[in-house]
Design a protein around this ligand. Structure first.
Ligand code: PLP
Length: 228
């Protein structure tokens, strides 16, 4: 019997294939980012054993505790997909290969400084806020050009593209206009990578040009909130 994760993964791959088929895209164009927040390091190891190599985590502190158990996994890459406070940027630059949630010039400069000290180039994406929800992190579209310029002035950062998270809705069609808007913005700025789409709406994201889908629940099951 395949494990629950193996079964979930093949189901996700089937959904992915159908979406790719509808829009004539190829599997190699898409990075399946396994979102392992709240799950233990063993979930990362199990996913790695099934061939997954790209992992998304939301919190610097949480990943810090898992990192020793997974840092030896050859070829594994870890992406920070949760909001980053600039006082944690140094640690983030040490732990992650990609920071998808850069949203201010200040944060970019901090990450650049930390990467320079380590003698590495850090891959970053800009999290774009496309809705008016107060609680959402991300750069507003009006501040995007200045932020892109600021990152361009950071020699130790490499800007790969844009990331977004639409307002929550059960209906994936509600996400589609946000995905489309992100693609237009990226195109206008000559950026090629688009991180968009989660468990419930990644088909629409693929159809709108996603190059990275961030999938948690559909792979690992529902997250139970930890008592803190
Ligand atoms: C948790 C999370 C995901 C994964 O969400 P699922 O609905 O579990 O697939 C994707 N992106 C971000 C930014 C997240 O915080």
């Amino acid at each position: 019997m395949p494990s629950p994760l193996a079964q979930n993964l093949s189901h996700v791959e089937e959904r992915l294939e159908r979406a790719l088929h509808r829009c004539g895209r190829r599997r190699e164009e898409i990075t399946l980012l396994a979102v392992t927040k709240v799950f233990p390091a063993s979930a990362i190891e199990e996913a790695y054993a099934l061939g997954l190599r790209e992992f998304g985590e939301n919190y610097v502190q949480e990943f810090e505790t898992k990192h020793p158990a997974v840092s030896h996994l050859a070829g594994a890459r870890f992406h920070l997909i949760g909001h980053l406070q600039s006082n944690k940027s140094r640690r983030a630059a040490e732990l992650f290969h990609v920071v998808q949630t850069v949203d201010t010039p200040k944060l970019a400069r901090r990450l650049d400084e930390a990467s320079r000290e380590r003698g590495v180039t850090l891959e970053v994406m800009i999290e774009v806020k496309l809705s008016e929800e107060e609680s959402k992190a991300g750069a507003g579209t009006a501040t995007l050009p200045a932020l892109i310029d600021a990152i361009g002035g950071c020699p130790n950062l490499r800007l790969a593209g844009l990331m977004t998270m639409p307002p929550w809705s059960d209906d994936p069609e509600q996400s589609r206009p946000y995905f489309r808007r992100l693609r237009e913005l990226a195109g206008a700025h000559g950026l090629t990578q688009l991180s968009m789409g989660m468990s419930h709406d990644f088909e629409a994201a693929i159809e709108e040009g996603a190059t990275c889908i961030r999938v948690g629940t559909a792979l690992f099951g529902r997250r139970v909130k930890r008592a803190t």
